[in-house]
Design a protein around this ligand. Sequence first.
Ligand code: NAI
Length: 297
Amino acid sequence: MTISFDGRVAIVTGAGGGLGRAYALELARRGARVVVNDLGATRDGTGHSDAAARVVEEIRAAGGTAIANDASVTDAGQVEAMVAEAIAAWGGVHILINNAGILRDKSFAKMEMADFRAVVDVHLIGSANCTKAVWEGMREQNYGRVLMTASSTGLYGNFGQSNYAAAKLGLAGFARTLALEGARNNVRVNTIAPTAATRMTEDIFPPELLARFQPEQVAPPALYLVSEDAPTGVILGAGAGVVQAAHITLTRGVALAEPTPEAVAENFAAIMDRDGEIVPQSGAEQAMTILQRLQGL
Ligand code: NAI
């Protein structure tokens, strides 16, 4: 079965290069009309360029339909104007890929709070601004596909990236809740944790691996997650053609007769034991497992 985006309107943020460009090109090749958003920043989020316009030229040259937009995702007013422009041009927005991002790496000891805020602002608040601007329209039209971009750093941690990690795991939690809230109106929300050789990672990839980890290899799982038959609430890892699922799991745990810190210490191995571990589908499900535990189930 071919996955087509004919008739769909998609916004891809940060699509002037790297992964976003690969998503935008492939969405357009498969029939979507695409808003290519990018303010054309450098890696740390400063500066401007015409990166979005150049990707739009590439899409048009290949026979696709796209418009460039240079809104900063951190500016709710500019984001609302971008969504209004897409709706005026093409009637609605069906797909949003929140991909724009910056880096300000430093160990937490050396990090200024301004760099912490800037990274959270682009990734987390930027994604919330864009999602907020399309959310009501998606609910009303009973169709929406939203993709958040997390990272292995957010899911598992990486030295020197505390700001980025906080934003990225925040996005995964944001997506899980929106998946629940969007379900009734056919709005599905997923998360991708990509690994690709882009300017963001060029200095950490060994040269021999650069060619294997092309952004184009992350586009297939990303597009699947915004397609008509997409799942919802899923976190996929993707790089170099390998696609993985990440789960936030819960162990069976221990019901402590006397819940003292000493009892936690004594039972720590049993608390951590992964035998019988589950993946709750909502926060409420964790509370249910506590009640079941108390009933000795
Ligand atoms: P990239 O630096 O090529 O792309 C990010 C784009 O976002 C740039 O074109 C930049 O101009 C744009 N941007 C930055 N601030 C913006 C703002 N305020 N408004 C609009 N656009 C803005 O890097 P890459 O690798 O393509 O990153 C894409 C996404 O994937 C990011 O969210 C990144 O954190 C994430 N990611 C990438 C990984 C990788 O291995 N390349 C690993 C994990 C996550």
